[in-house]
Design a protein around this ligand. Sequence first.
Ligand SMILES: [Zn+2]
Length: 97
Amino acid sequence: MTQEELKKVLQTVNKNIRCPSCGKRYDFPHIHIKGFLNNLCFLELNCPDHLPLYATIAAPISPQNKSQASESIDSDYVIKAYQLLHNHQGRISDLIK
Ligand SMILES: [Zn+2]
């Protein structure tokens, strides 16, 4: 997760999540990041007067990452794969191991 994505997560929490006991917003110093898993962010939200709240937020995948993934297959690669399959006499399953 990039710093920009992290900032968005914190802003989303600050805007949308409130302490269930008193309705106070969680300011940035009261939001603690416990860990990441893929694009999930695990948070501990501390209200000064109440028990902490645990939350899991899904961060949006940045468009940069998406374009990198699609660029990894170019047309040359597709042509080579076609030629390989065309010339191969055996079963397709022999190629995939
Ligand atoms: Zn509270």
